[in-house]
Design a protein around this ligand. Structure first.
Ligand code: VGL
Ligand code: ZN
Length: 201
């Protein structure tokens, strides 16, 4: 039996996968608890968008070795996602489509950028591809996902945050839940990946 998905994909939709990189998986330099659990969920979404010929964009944290966010420079984080190193590679089990666009961010030593829109051509690139509604998942809920979602809304995109496709660092317990609340308050719709379906017709 085929049930109608509550959110059928439509022209103007795009999938944005945030920083699903080895260093953010458990055991990585900045491992996010349960970060590996979102890989199969996003693989399902990637296949759905590919079949529907809708745009897919993956952001990646892509730092120089002396990045300002690293502890040696006085920043809050251990070294992670150094450009070109194995830790900066996408999660090994992530099924990255050939047609996916990859956007590198936070590539300069002196500036951090949690949002995929910060210092990149992401907004223009999405508009060029006629994207209006972004489905967003990845890591981490309370840092790069939150910043990317809030910027997407400011840029005028509709946002569907895929709640089973994100995990939080939770430096302070509850950070992830608070981030979800802030994204919803700013206008993001929160949905499960299981609500997505092929375009009607
Ligand atoms: C991130 C901490 C440092 C993220 C990136 O992708 O959420 N978090 N750099
Ligand atoms: Zn980083």
């Amino acid at each position: 039996m085929n049930t109608t998905p509550s959110i059928p994909l439509q022209p103007g939709d795009a999938l944005l996968v945030v920083d699903l990189q080895r260093d953010f998986l458990p055991g990585g330099a900045l491992g996010v608890p349960g970060g590996d659990e979102v890989v199969p969920v996003l693989n399902h979404c990637l296949a759905l968008f590919e079949r529907a010929h809708l745009p897919v964009v993956l952001t990646r944290d892509w730092h120089p070795g002396d990045h300002v966010s690293f502890a040696a420079q006085g920043g809050p984080w251990p070294p992670h996602c150094v450009a070109g190193t194995p830790g900066a590679a996408f999660a090994p089990d992530l099924a990255v489509p050939d047609a996916a666009q990859v956007v590198s961010k936070a590539t300069l030593s002196q500036a951090d950028a949690y949002s995929g829109f910060e210092g990149t051509a992401l907004a223009d690139s999405l508009r060029q591809r006629h994207a209006r509604r972004l489905f967003i998942g990845g890591l981490a809920t309370d840092y790069c996902v939150q910043a990317t979602v809030l910027d997407a809304l400011r840029e005028g995109f509709e946002v569907v945050l895929l709640r089973d496709a994100v995990r939080a660092v939770d430096v302070t317990p509850g950070d992830g839940e608070r981030a979800l609340g802030a994204m919803q308050a700013a206008g993001a719709v929160v949905a499960s990946h299981s609500q997505l379906g092929a375009p009607a017709g």
